[in-house]
Design a protein around this ligand. Structure first.
Ligand code: PEP
Ligand code: MN
Length: 343
């Protein structure tokens, strides 16, 4: 059960609610967000009636939630969360596309990519400066220098930037450059990292772990939400199966499934989801048709020379063609590709 306090509730109102809950032998989890304070009632909620809390002063509403995730659930909030960014939003009728290289490699290649994807209608530039690589001998990213290059690309093109933060100690640094913090699949259950981004003043793109259920994914989102950060974007990026022809199996059924369970926007990453550039366009189309609220796509001007994930990266031309073709799919499901004009 969750008690949502009114915006203007006083400390004494909160104390009264907490006291009432504790008197019933139940625990309390407080989450103090910018918008309002939420009291999570922890324990066997049959010991308390929602009506007993609803009447207390300062209480806006009391919601019974059957799922283990509470703040993330559709019961808590019926309408999809629309995350407003500079000039567009994620979770509304528009479908924004985040595109760019797997890793920031050098200034010129990044700027070339940023200009190209921006011209094709992308609104966010993706690119890793801190890279989670399977091998310690692979390119690990440029670190803060890479973040500076991303910021320069934003200044020049107007694209927002999304980039991965790998460790809790880097959240402040990455937040000082990035518009959206990416939590990678390998870190979906890194609770100290989730805790840290829960306190950050940036939207969080939370990738689904490659061996995680939808419920585990939503529980990870719950960590960020309960830390006070309400701006969480979920990202389906494929899960491990027995299939060997693809890098991962893109679980597109997770899109409508998750959207039924949660009010959080869900975007799809067809690049890591397949590992193959020849499958990216069809999976992007299918993702939009399935109700995805956005796409995260790897693009490189010369994929054969990319330092990471070349085989799944689209060329600038292929990306541009795909963006045009996505328009009609989007309009068939009453959505609109942001920034993709006619040509
Ligand atoms: C990435 O987006 O560059 C990335 C490493 O993705 P994932 O965490 O999904 O593997
Ligand atoms: Mn990658």
């Amino acid at each position: 059960m969750i008690v949502v306090m009114k915006k203007d509730a006083q400390q004494e109102d909160l104390d009264r609610v907490v006291g009432r809950v504790e008197k019933a032998g139940l625990g309390v989890h407080l989450s103090e967000g910018v918008e309002h304070t939420i009291v999570g009632v922890v324990g066997d909620v049959r010991h308390i009636r929602p009506e007993d809390l609803q009447v207390l002063s300062g209480v806006s509403r009391v919601v019974r939630i059957m799922h283990p995730f509470k703040l993330a659930s559709r019961e808590f909030q019926a309408e999809t969360s629309e995350i407003r960014l500079n000039g567009f939003s994620i979770g509304g009728t528009e479908i924004p596309v985040m595109a760019g290289p797997c890793a920031v490699e050098d200034r010129e290649t990044l700027l070339e990519t940023a200009r190209g994807v921006s011209a094709s209608g992308a609104t966010v530039l993706r690119g890793g400066a801190f890279k989670p690589r399977t091998s310690p001998y692979s390119f690990q990213g440029l670190g803060e220098d890479g973040l500076k290059m991303m910021a320069e690309a934003r200044d020049e093109t107007g694209l927002l930037i999304v980039t991965e933060v790998l460790s809790p100690g880097d959240v402040e640094l990455v937040s000082s450059y990035a518009d959206i913090l990416q939590i990678g699949a390998r870190n979906m259950q890194n609770y100290s990292l989730l805790h840290e981004v829960g306190a950050a003043d940036r939207p969080v793109l939370l990738k689904r772990g490659m061996m995680s259920s939808v419920e585990e994914w939503l529980m990870s989102a719950e960590y960020v939400l309960s830390g006070g950060n309400s701006r969480v974007i979920l990202c389906e990026r494929g899960i491990r199966t027995f299939e060997g022809y693809t890098r991962n199996t893109l679980d597109l059924s997770a899109v409508p499934l998750a959207k039924g369970l949660t009010h959080l926007p869900v975007v799809v990453d067809p690049s890591h989801g397949t590992g193959r550039s020849d499958l990216v366009e069809s999976m992007s189309m299918a993702a939009v048709a399935a109700g995805a609220d956005g796409l995260l796509v790897e693009v490189h001007p010369r994929p054969d020379q990319a330092l990471s994930d070349g085989p799944q990266s689209l060329t600038l031309e292929a990306f541009s063609d795909m963006m045009q073709r996505l328009r009609s799919i989007a309009s068939a499901v009453d959505r609109r590709m942001v920034g993709v004009g006619s040509s």
